[in-house]
Design a protein around this ligand. Structure first.
Ligand code: DP6
Length: 334
């Protein structure tokens, strides 16, 4: 039996304009474009051991700060098996292989730092390699989107990535709009708690439309998206940050008013938001954004990174901080 081992390093990404709600649940087509940055220090190492013609299908996860891989069953394994079958059928691949997957995160999972995006983007590349397929980046991004973790499509290209909502599966993919060195932005992740969230984004998307604010949000999003894009290319952090925060509040307004409601924020989240607003008044530009979790991402420029990190590291609400700069997308290492 032939055995092959593939290792992929894949970044998580932070969305500046968020994906929330699916126009087509089966094909994972979003209602709006989204825009993100790949993160240097929040990544997943995915190693896949393949055995040709074998039936083995196993998943092992090493959690953040853990020293051992633990076997994962249940929903996580099911998602992986479903994705394997999907990739195989979409590629019309003849090969069959069994797999043992080892996934290791450099950050807490299921805490609003896109761990499924980094995992599934990495797995997409590994499965493709396993099937012996080389595809253009756009096709790889489409496959990653179809993993179910839609934002995984934004972890395939390099740097700052734009996911065009598209009209159908073939036109909904992410691409680089600027390389990692275009703008020395930092994402300082404030870990307020590494508790795992109880409701996944997948479930959240399903009920997004039940919020009375979902369609009003979409009405304003095209303008917001265009404005943030312009601010980004002008490197106007003040304008960029103001839109970033509006977008975050808009997303969480929908989340909190959908049915059933999603209250991702904790008391620590709101305490920290207030501190950001206050500390910014000292003339240090930095802005918050929050995904599906209670932890906060602070976006600032490299020149202010040290002062900001120093201040928040010492706040009682903050367990630890992770500092990220923009990086390339997922890569096969070996
Ligand atoms: C709020 O369905 O891509 O982070 O599977 O949890 O990674 P995961 O999420 P996905 O939804 C992401 C939702 C979001 C916004 C965003 O990243 O655009």
């Amino acid at each position: 039996m032939d055995e092959k081992k593939i290792t992929v390093k894949s970044p998580a990404n932070i969305a500046f304009i968020k994906y929330w709600g699916q126009k087509d649940e089966k094909e994972i087509i979003p209602y709006n474009d989204s825009f993100s940055m790949n993160l240097s220090h929040c990544f997943t190492m995915v190693t896949v051991e393949l055995q040709e013609d074998a039936v083995i299908q196993e998943l092992y996860i090493k959690d953040y700060k853990s020293t051992v891989f633990e076997r994962s069953t249940g929903e996580s394994l099911k998602r992986v098996i479903d994705f394997y079958s999907k990739v195989r059928s979409l590629l019309d691949a003849k090969a069959v292989f069994g797999f043992r997957i080892y996934s290791e995160n450099s950050f807490p999972k299921k805490a609003g730092i896109a761990s499924s995006a980094s995992f599934f983007s990495g797995l997409t590349r590994a499965f493709l390699k396993g099937f012996g397929m080389e595809l253009p980046e756009r096709q790889i991004s489409i496959l990653a989107r179809l993993s179910g973790s839609g934002s995984a499509c934004r972890s395939i290209p390099d740097g700052f990535c734009w996911w065009k909502k598209g009209k159908n599966s073939a036109t909904s993919y992410a691409e680089t709009i600027a390389p990692p060195d275009f703008w020395a932005l930092r994402d300082i992740v404030l870990i307020l708690s590494s508790r795992e969230k109880t409701v996944s984004s997948q479930e959240g998307h399903r009920y997004a439309k039940t919020s009375p604010f979902f369609f009003p949000r979409l009405k304003g999003i095209a303008r917001r998206t265009e404005s943030i894009r312009r601010a980004f290319f002008r490197k106007d952090l003040e304008e960029f940050g103001a839109i970033l925060e509006q977008e975050t509040i808009s997303l969480h307004t929908v989340m909190m008013t959908q049915s059933p409601p999603l209250y991702y924020w904790s008391g620590k989240t709101i305490e920290t938001i207030k501190k950001i607003v206050q500390f910014r008044k000292k003339g240090i530009p930095h802005y918050f954004t929050i995904d599906a979790g209670e932890n906060i991402h602070i976006i600032c420029e490299k020149k202010d990174e040290k002062r900001i990190a120093e201040y928040y590291k010492n706040q009682p609400e903050v367990e630890e901080i992770l500092i990220n700069y923009p990086v390339v997308g997922s890569r096969i290492l070996s």
